[in-house]
Each structure stands twice: as C-alpha cells, then as structure tokens.
Write a protein that binds this ligand. Structure first.
Ligand SMILES: [Zn+2]
Length: 155
C-alpha cells in the first residue's frame, strides 16, 4: 500500500523533448499539473466521485523517476490513505492509472531509458569493476595493478 515507484536511467541523457511529451500526454488524459500537499504532481479526479489519481515525474539529465498513487477519500477532500497501482481495492481506477503509467514508461524506453532495477552496469554505460585475484579488492575496469596490494590484474 505504498506508492508505485520506478526509476529509469539514460546513458545518453534524457531527450529534450521527452519530458514535454510526457507533460502533454498527461494533460491530454485530463490531468492537471499542480501543487498538492507541497509536491508538484499531476492530479486527476476530485475525490467526490472517484479516488483521485496522482502521477509525479522527476527528471534530471540522466534519470527519470515515476511515482504513481491513488488517494482514498473518506469524505470529499478528506483523504485517509495512499496506495499504489497494484492490488484489488479500487481496481478500476488503479487499472486506468496503471495503463497511463505503462504508456509513459513506453515513451521513456522508446527514448533510451533503462529500468534502473534491471539495468546492468554496461547498459547504462558505466565501467565494470575487476576484482583482484590475490586480495579481492575492487578495482576500476581499466586498472592494470591492484590499488590495494599491487598485484597485476587479470581480465
Ligand atoms: Zn590486490
């Protein structure tokens, strides 16, 4: 019962049009971009009829983080809880929100984003490490001798 959270990394940087495209997509789906409890979020629904759904997207030069959640309303405007996009309760709005999140994730992966949870070091362009056969110390991939014991590194 917590927020959906997923992080994508970009080896070649986030495309300059990707964030504006995601913004346009969410507005076209009826979301408003606004401040809610001190967070800048995309929000849809008032809580009068259905639970409002939220999407939050944070981007840096090489990372995009997506969060999504639904507020459970006890009374109009009185929210008692927050839940992610899986699970049975409120399945219909969750399913719609999940589909929108999938759509955004598709836009991200089409633009070179790699799921940080699955990303291998190679996929995000990071150097792999090499481990010393004598002392086990971690060394940079391009190192020739162990930083700790001076042993010649085997690759
Ligand atoms: Zn060593």
């Amino acid at each position: 019962m917590s927020r959906y959270h997923r992080e994508f990394r970009f080896a070649n940087g986030v495309h300059e049009l990707l964030m504006p495209d995601i913004h346009k997509y969410l507005l076209s789906e009826g979301y408003e971009y606004r401040d809610f409890d001190g967070e800048q979020v995309y929000k849809k629904g008032s809580g009068w009829v259905s639970a409002p759904t939220f999407v939050k997207i944070q981007a840096s030069k090489t990372v995009i983080i997506i969060e999504a959640w639904i507020k459970t309303a006890l009374l109009p405007g009185v929210y008692v809880g927050e839940s992610g996009i899986d699970g049975f309760y409120g399945a219909a709005p969750k399913g719609i929100l999940a589909n929108r999140v999938r759509h955004i994730e598709q836009m991200i992966t089409n633009n070179g984003g790699v799921d940080a949870a699955n990303a291998t070091a190679a996929a995000v362009g990071e150097k792999k490490n090499v481990f010393c056969t004598k002392c086990g110390a971690k060394n940079d991939a391009d190192a020739k001798f162990c930083v700790k014991c001076g042993e010649k590194l085997v690759k």
